[in-house]
Design a protein around this ligand. Structure first.
Ligand code: PL4
Length: 401
């Protein structure tokens, strides 16, 4: 019989989000009739807004006509790539530098093929678990130790450092995953912070994989939405982004990755050429229907809908933060991101998760799932119907005393 891939053996048994879903099911089985409200997984809940939806519907209808039919569109529609460059990067990238994907998470997984095993990897601690789990799967990070967290460099993002890590500690000639606005802390990095990050990456020969999946939630005009707003980033960074959270495409599936032509390996070879080769080999492109939706999302009307949808979820975030603060729980985030990061000093996050579920029937995400620095935190997601969020906020009052 064939041997198990040792990298698969190294990975922790359960991925965080299915684990949360499992605990929800177990609770529901023990408490039939309980109305559980989820502020857990960051999954969009509101209908796709009409103009963007029409783009999807018209795109699908067009595929049923001789003029509108199209087959494989491997790197993505040229007009969508051009529009992404205009809307998000002020036209700074050619279409050959923008690759359409079926979502940011999928490209994060595929990007790991660029560097292979044995590459030093660092993450913000806490961070979206895909960076760590994916690195373990490809063999870039060793097995998980008893404490559940070794094999990778974790750079703490805490209250003390304003949730921005010491970027002079990123490993040389390695990869650093950086997410802003951050999941789970909600912190959006300032221009000065990103300048320091790019400077350090260039000095240390480190590639930044910049996850900008929540950039459309940024409301403070001085905060950069892209790493490519920073001088020098084109020689040290790749950026992934997504239509999931701004346009409600979590189920539709559409994203993109920018790999600048200037980005080269230590031997001078082009990273863009390798990425093109990898995608051409193992990816056949995003759905054409999703791409029609993406085009609608990026025209004038669609951009207004993106703003309206993200404003709605930010409204939820405000309510959650207010409810927590009224309880005396210290929390950050929710201003420029759909996540609130709440601190429960001296408590284990899985215990707090269980308590909130038990007392309030509200599902959250325990901070420990995002890294060791999250052990005493709970992440609240602002993705929910407004009446559910309001009810969850009322129920949280049950944590008093
Ligand atoms: C649950 C920082 C959520 N099953 O939809 P995509 O693939 O374009 O984007 C996924 C993604 C990428 N980057 C960041 C993210 O936070 C997410 C989505 N994260 C969450 O609750 O943290 C959904 C998680 C989903 C998953 O595993 O991604």
């Amino acid at each position: 019989m064939i041997k198990r891939n040792p990298c698969a053996a190294n990975i922790k048994a359960g991925y965080l989000f299915p684990e949360i879903a499992k605990r929800r099911k177990e609770y529901a089985a023990k408490h039939p009739g309980a109305k559980i409200i989820s502020l857990g997984v960051g999954n969009t809940t509101e209908p796709i807004l009409p103009h963007i939806d029409k783009g999807l519907v018209d795109g699908a209808a067009g595929l049923g006509t001789a003029e509108g039919y199209s087959g494989y569109a491997d790197e993505g529609f040229e007009n969508l790539r051009r529009r992404i460059s205009e809307v998000f990067y002020n036209g700074a990238f050619g279409i050959d530098e923008i690759f359409i994907s079926d979502g940011a998470k999928c490209d994060i997984g595929r990007l790991q093929l660029l560097f292979g095993s044995g590459v030093p990897v660092a993450v913000q601690d806490p961070s979206y678990p895909v960076y760590v789990d994916g690195s373990v799967l490809i063999g870039a990070a060793g097995p998980w130790a008893e404490d559940g967290y070794s094999g990778i460099t974790y750079l703490p993002c805490t209250e003390e450092n304003g949730y921005f890590p010491d970027v002079t500690k990123i490993p040389e000639n390695g990869i650093f995953y950086f997410c802003s606005p951050n999941n789970p802390t909600g912190a959006a990095a300032t221009r000065e912070q990103l300048n320091a990050l790019v400077r350090s990456a260039r000095e240390r020969g480190t590639f930044i994989i910049f996850d900008a999946a929540y950039s459309e939630y940024i409301r403070e005009s001085t905060l950069p939405k892209s790493i490519f707003e920073i001088d020098g980033a084109k020689t040290c960074a790749v950026e992934v982004n997504s239509f999931s959270k701004p346009a409600g495409f979590t189920g539709v599936r559409l994203g993109w990755t920018v790999v600048p032509g200037e980005l080269v390996y230590s031997g001078g070879e082009s990273v863009n050429a390798d990425w093109n080769r990898i995608c051409g080999t193992i990816f056949n492109g995003a759905s054409n229907i999703a791409q029609y939706g993406g085009l609608a999302a990026l025209d004038e009307e669609g951009l207004k809908e993106i703003r309206r949808l993200s404003d709605f979820y930010l409204g939820n975030a405000k309510l959650i933060r207010k409810a927590l603060r009224e309880l005396g729980v210290s929390c950050v985030g929710g201003d420029n991101s759909p996540y609130i990061w709440a601190r429960f000093p001296g408590r284990d996050s899985w215990d707090v998760f269980a308590e909130i579920l038990e007392k309030c029937q509200v599902l959250t995400t325990p901070g420990a799932g995002f890294g060791p620095a999250g052990r005493s935190f709970i992440r609240f997601s602002a993705f929910g119907h407004r009446p559910d969020v309001e009810e969850a906020c009322e129920r949280l009052a049950g944590l008093r005393g």
